[in-house]
Design a binder for this molecule. Structure first.
Ligand SMILES: [Zn+2]
Length: 409
């Protein structure tokens, strides 16, 4: 296919998928909702349009498999894709670009070279973002390790368990282990960078060597509710005031341990949450990330030590380390293979690490996994302004096609 035609198709597919889950200008496709179902039905029709066979597994991962007469039963499969869900008020490229690149790379390569020796499957993974349930990577976890009973029992904001949501969407939660696989040769994912580095440096491809570890602490600071007008400033136990001082100091606490770490308080709730009451309770989250597991452990200790100082002032402090995902190294042979292909195409590229978590890290637990980044405008993501150009997506299709050709034909 000529580049112009490919770019037109990219634009059409991205726009079609981007329309799904848009309501009052806000895009949200999360697990086991009607928006999720609509996106999967649409992607299945795109798969069929590209001459592949569409199917779904027991947890709603969508597959595009090869339609041909070769018996691939005992051959391990190459998976290429990303996730189909979005965060609340998300963009049209996060995840979506990756599944469309995967689909077009497979269909373009087959059109040129016929059936591969190693079978390839396009995959659109269910619920990577964890925007409905606290658990991320539902689809890839189901494939790599299987979903556990306690995970199925996690509940959303309305108290609906993952299990019930699955049932309501037409999946049988008793069957989730059927999604688990052992027959995977390798997993490839292309994703928008979600940061500004590629654009700023003029690189078209980022080859990911390592995915950051992510730690996540839930904090509760409990003071005392008092009248906002009659309680003197020096007689209060204002939990929000204490939390604010801690938050202002957080960058310093983290920087003392690592200059590459990030730390973010992204969610905060105050109780009773009334304009004329001193806040009794402040509940917030701390997301912190780094490449080095020792530093993450030390940051966790330093943060909790800092928070526990508040006990001397009379506050109660509860800290819960809710997530501790360790840094993940991606497969070195696949990194080298990607580099050879990108160099052959004469593209400007760089090796880099990923500050965001991706399905590739889940696959990497058991299978060779690879992750590539493409530039996105101003590094913006998890926002409706998210954008990647058709040209850059077309380049990624060409790169992925080159990788698949080297590996599977
Ligand atoms: Zn994503």
């Amino acid at each position: 296919m000529k580049n112009v035609e490919l770019m037109e198709k990219i634009e059409f597919y991205i726009n079609r998928l981007g329309q799904v889950g848009l309501k009052d200008g806000i895009r949200w496709r999360c697990a086991y909702t009607k928006e999720d179902k609509a996106a999967k039905e649409l992607f299945k029709s795109l798969i069929e349009n590209e001459g592949l066979l569409a199917s779904e597994d027991a947890v709603g991962n969508v597959y595009g498999k090869l339609k041909n007469s070769i018996d691939y039963t005992d051959v391990k499969k190459i998976l290429v894709g990303s996730h189909i869900d979005t965060v609340r008020d998300g963009g049209a490229y996060d995840g979506a670009a990756g599944i469309i690149i995967g689909l077009l790379a497979v269909s373009e390569t087959i059109k040129k070279f016929g059936a591969p020796k190693i079978p390839i499957e396009v995959i659109a993974l269910t619920e990577e973002e964890g925007s409905r349930y606290a658990m991320s990577y539902v689809g890839s976890r189901a494939i790599v390790n299987g979903l556990m009973e306690n995970e199925l029992n996690s509940v959303d904001e309305d108290g609906i368990s993952l299990k019930t949501a699955m049932l309501l969407a037409g999946y049988d939660p008793d069957n989730v282990m059927k999604a688990k696989r052992d027959d995977i040769h390798s997993y490839f994912e292309v994703h928008i960078e979600q940061g500004p580095v590629l654009e700023k440096t003029g690189n078209k491809i980022g080859i990911i060597e390592r995915i950051n570890g992510i730690f996540f602490i839930e904090v509760e600071i409990i003071g005392r509710e008092d009248h906002a007008g009659t309680t003197p400033m020096n007689m209060r136990l204002d939990s929000l005031s204490a939390a604010s001082k801690f938050m202002a100091k957080l960058p310093e606490v983290v920087a003392e341990i690592s200059n590459s770490a990030t730390a973010t308080v992204g969610k905060i709730r105050v109780e009773p949450g009334s304009s004329n009451v001193v806040p009794k309770k402040t509940i917030f989250t701390i997301d912190f990330r780094d490449m080095d597991v020792d530093k993450l452990t030390r940051m966790n200790e330093a943060i909790q030590l800092e928070l526990n100082q508040l006990k001397h002032q009379g506050f109660k402090v509860n800290c819960n380390l809710a997530t501790s995902e360790l840094p993940v190294d991606l497969n070195k042979e696949l990194i080298n293979l990607c580099e050879v292909v990108v160099k052959d195409l004469g593209l400007p590229y760089m090796r880099m690490n990923s500050g965001a978590g991706h399905d590739a890290q889940i696959f990497a637990e058991r299978f060779p996994a690879s992750l590539l980044f493409i530039p996105c405008k101003d590094g913006r993501s998890h926002s409706p302004v998210e954008f990647a150009s058709n040209e850059d997506i077309a380049i990624a299709v060409e790169v992925m096609s080159g990788i698949l050709k080297k590996l599977a034909w």
